[in-house]
Design a protein around this ligand. Structure first.
Ligand code: UDP
Length: 335
């Protein structure tokens, strides 16, 4: 079975490629390397012993994508490729809408041309918007977001739902991720964003490595037990395994399903910082600063549907997430 992984050189895509190869799938990666490095393909090979086929293309490039489908019989697509920085999307909405929507539409057109009917989509908990009470359940309205990035997820979910209505043979699984952190146990793959990180764990890792001076915790006066925001952090390898389960499901089902991938537990920023310090024996330099615009105080997944429908549940602890994230930094710095 041959799986096309778009954005397969990125953080979640690369971990998923590893799990797919180890489960016996043939993996074809397309990635334009706009926010990923070519060496990731070597790392996937180093971990699995198999080199995935790799094409450096953007998914909105129809001719290039057609050539990939013409040259490889693709059985299913896992679509990660897309711009993902929330703050940047507020400043550059047209780029975000153009890139994320165009690439998905082009991909669907090419899949239709080649009769490929299985689609796993990287969606996000952001689609639940600011109004729903947590924990989030899939049947809640998922029709609002707080940034152009988030709106692209809402819109792509809608596109896939409408497409599936028009093509009842199609199967789309919309995986709504909570907060993936951590890294592959080998230390070879992890979250390595270009420039100054926006997300919490890569920021913590750079402060720990003394590449950034201090962490600012955004807000200490939220209505949460310790005043800092709570999120549902999950290990990226658990998330990658969730994609395999979704793929297995899609192979013998039709229609569209939205599924949360989270642990079901809320952890505060301060708790995460403290666990990181404890398991890695590092003192982190941090201050509590003002709130960040657009942050919600607290949310986490209701993860019961993932277990019932896909037979998936998160296995790794917060300690594993913090340890592996740091191992990746140490490994990267000795390379
Ligand atoms: N956060 C923080 N300092 C940072 C980055 C993030 O305090 O430098 C907090 C942020 O306010 C949120 C949590 O960490 O409560 C997770 O933020 P992230 O950007 O990683 O993910 P989000 O939940 O916004 O998608």
């Amino acid at each position: 079975m041959r799986i096309l992984v778009t954005g397969g050189a990125g953080y979640i895509g690369s971990h998923t490629a590893v799990e797919l190869i180890q489960a016996g799938y043939d993996v074809v990666i397309v990635d334009d390397l706009s926010n990923a490095r070519r060496e990731v393909i070597d790392r996937i090979q180093e971990i699995t012993g198999t080199r995935p086929l790799f094409y450096q293309i953007n998914c909105a490039d129809k001719k290039a994508l057609q050539a990939v489908f013409a040259g490889n019989r693709i059985d299913a697509v896992i679509h990660f490729a897309g711009f993902k920085a929330v703050g940047e999307s507020v400043k550059k909405p047209l780029q975000y809408y153009r890139n994320n929507l165009d690439s998905t539409l082009t991909l669907l057109e090419v899949m239709e041309e080649y009769g490929c009917r299985k689609f796993i989509f990287s969606s996000s908990a952001t689609v639940y918007g600011p109004e729903n009470p947590h924990s989030y359940r899939e049947e809640m309205p998922a029709i609002q977001s707080s940034s152009p990035y988030g709106w692209t997820k809402v819109m792509i979910e809608r596109i896939l739902t409408d497409y599936t209505t028009a093509h009842p043979d199609f199967c789309a699984v919309l995986l709504r991720y909570f907060n993936p952190i951590g890294a592959h146990e080998s230390g070879l793959l992890g979250d390595d964003p270009n420039g100054i990180p926006n997300n919490l764990m890569p920021y913590i890792a750079r402060v720990a490595a003394r590449q950034l001076e201090k962490l600012t915790i955004f807000g200490g006066d939220y209505p949460t037990p310790d005043g800092t925001c709570q999120r549902d952090y999950l290990h990226v390898v658990d998330l990658a395994v969730g994609h395999l389960k979704a793929l297995e499901y899609a192979m013998d089902h039709k229609g569209v399903e939205a599924v949360n991938l989270g642990t079901g537990n809320g952890v505060s920023v301060l708790e995460l910082v403290q666990v990181f310090e404890k398991v890695n024996h590092i003192k982190l330099n941090y201050v509590i600063g003002p709130r960040r615009d657009g942050d919600l105080p607290a949310f986490w997944a209701d993860a019961t549907k993932a277990k019932a429908l896909l037979g998936w549940e998160a296995k790794h602890s917060i300690e594993d997430m913090c340890e592996s994230a740091w191992r990746f930094v140490l490994h990267s710095n000795v390379q």
